[in-house]
Design a protein around this ligand. Structure first.
Ligand code: TEU
Ligand code: CA
Length: 541
């Protein structure tokens, strides 16, 4: 069957150049059937909330059938819906309902690996060494006298070796958990399969794909040791051959009516290498993780903003501004920490003292900053409620494979995946009628969507106002910016026509520049001064 993509008429709108995209991690968003796990029914029931929030598109984390070893990033069937989430028919209804509300749909695709329960991997195990079935993955004999050592020294990004041995003695490669075998992209079958999967979903009306581990598909077939190297040219990340994949994919998206897009997930140290993925015949946009990782410091933020603008302009792509997602520590917590307020996977710094009021003030200011910058903006579910990282989840309830694979050295990512509080005064806070798959803190009573909707000073009210102004304001969205000369600990820039955004990261109030009126502020002003950790949008002459 084929559904027309009604909100993407054939006239180009370049909607993706400045879209506000809301990230839904389905199993934690809203539970429609009371089993404690979010689902599509839950999402459908909250579409009006999202329309009202003022977002342009939703990005869904993987919704495919999955054993859920890695929260759905272990896909066992790329052409169906995870049964605990719903059905394919329901997904089609959801797409249609969202489109009617003017919301576009982006879904995750996971081309680097599959679940060990994917039929191809099961067939590979059954067929044995040397079979064509094994060619779709990376099977190799081990090293050592009896092949008892892994084929090389690569480490899984979730901890431990990147190889697991199977019963017949061969080993298979997995950059993530041992239940996520990596596809072998030198196999033409793998290429053909993913082209077909893209079409399957484009035919059902989706507006784009978020590409998981987009830099990782191509491996150096020699599988050389890395000798402890974690950055620099790596034989499993950012290999040149990966760009051919996206050139082929772009031809598919361009062949569909409306503007269907690709958003890449690449954690790369070099902004110039990163921009190569955004050349006009590859992806449309990608997550700006340099910005996400940046500490709350004016100089560093200015540098990262400037370097993002520069690298993207090389290829004519719009930058994106991202504060949080389902893999990282929520930014209210990061920004409230004493000491380092940046993010890095190598050290989540759980247990660092957090001043949550400070983190919240900064998160409010950061929201206005991201929404004023040129390009696209991402909102991770719960960010609009000001939720913080839950750091005290009991060990036995943690589900992220990172926790076990690092032998508990890394607490993992469960703390940013706790089910959303919608209403009421105690857990499950109307997440559903049953429980929640991770426990919610009682403190969230004051942070439910219901409570915040009634409070004009809440984070939710700020996000709503800002997103609606952003949509209507000609100076915002796609375009250019110029720095406004300011004090060292201030980030200030202007956009045409007549708009200035100023963020005070210093410890003292700073005078506002000359302006006609105040459009929006992230907190109370002190007369004609901007208090610390506050942002303001000004109408300027
Ligand atoms: O993440 C890619 C990735 O390498 C990191 O963001 C990852 O979360 C980190 O290394 C963990 O320590 C993507 C998805 O966003 C993530 O949720 C998946 O687990 C991962 O791919 C594997 O599919
Ligand atoms: Ca459910």
């Amino acid at each position: 069957m084929s559904v027309t993509n009604e909100i993407s008429p054939d006239t180009p709108t370049a909607w993706w150049r400045d879209a506000a995209i809301y990230q839904v991690y389905i199993r934690s968003f809203a539970d429609g059937n009371g089993d404690g796990i979010g689902d599509l029914a839950g999402v459908r029931a909250h579409l009006p909330y999202l329309a009202d929030l003022g977002i342009d598109a939703i990005w869904f984390c993987p919704w495919y059938p999955s054993p859920m070893d890695d929260g759905g990033y272990d896909v066992s069937d790329f052409r169906d819906i995870e049964p605990t989430f719903g059905t394919l028919a329901e997904a089609e209804l959801l797409i249609a309902e969202a489109h009617e509300l003017g919301i576009r749909i982006i879904i995750d695709i996971v081309p680097n690996h599959a679940s060990d329960e994917h039929p191809w991997f099961k067939a590979a195990l059954a067929a044995g060494p040397g079979s064509p079935e094994r060619e779709r993955f990376w099977f190799r004999p081990g090293r050592g006298e009896n092949g008892e050592l892994p084929p090389n020294d690569w480490q899984s990004r979730f901890g431990g070796p990147a190889w697991t041995r199977v019963a017949d003695g061969e080993w298979f490669l997995h950059l993530y958990s041992s239940r996520q075998p990596d596809f072998n992209w030198t196999s033409p079958e793998v290429h053909a399969e993913f082209i077909d999967i893209l079409k399957f979903w484009f035919d059902r009306g989706i507006d784009g794909f978020r590409i998981d581990v987009a830099d990782g598909l191509i491996k150096d077939p020699a599988l050389p040791d890395v000798n402890g190297l974690t950055v620099g040219p790596l034989p499993f990340s950012d290999m040149d051959g990966v760009h051919e994949v996206y050139r082929a994919w772009r031809k598919i998206s361009d062949s569909y009516p409306g503007e269907r897009i690709f958003v890449g997930e690449m954690w790369l140290p070099d902004p110039i290498r990163f921009a190569r993925y955004l050349r006009p015949d590859e992806m449309h946009s990608a997550f700006n993780f340099d910005f996400l990782s940046c500490p709350w410091e004016a100089k560093r933020l200015r540098e990262v903003i400037q370097s993002s603008m520069d690298s993207h302009s090389l290829v004519g792509a719009p930058p994106t501004w991202v504060l949080s997602n389902h893999d990282v520590t929520r930014h209210v917590t990061r920004y409230g920490r004493s000491g380092d307020t940046g993010f890095e996977f190598a050290d989540r710094r759980h247990g660092t003292p957090v001043d949550r009021d400070l983190g919240t003030r900064r998160a409010r200011a950061a929201a206005l900053l991201t929404m004023a910058l040129p390009g696209g903006v991402y909102v991770y579910q719960g960010e609009e409620l000001g939720l913080w990282e839950i750091e005290d989840i009991p060990d036995e309830l943690r589900q992220d494979p990172v926790f076990e694979r690092t032998k508990h050295a890394d607490p993992g990512r469960d703390g940013c995946r706790v089910p959303i509080p919608w209403g009421g005064t105690k857990p499950p806070f109307s997440f559903g009628t049953g429980g929640t798959w991770l426990p919610q803190p009682q403190d969230w009573a004051a942070y439910t969507a219901e409570a915040e909707a009634a409070d004009p000073d809440s984070m939710l009210s700020l996000y709503r106002k800002a997103l609606h102004i952003r949509r209507d304001e000609p100076a915002l969205g796609d375009g250019e910016m110029s720095w406004v000369v300011s004090l060292a600990d201030v980030v200030a820039f202007s956009r045409d026509p007549g708009f200035t955004c100023m963020v005070n990261l210093s410890a003292e109030p700073v005078p506002l520049p000359r302006h006609e009126s105040i459009i929006l502020a992230s907190g109370p002003l002190q007369g004609d001064h901007l208090p610390p950790d506050t942002a303001v949008w000004l109408r300027t002459f």
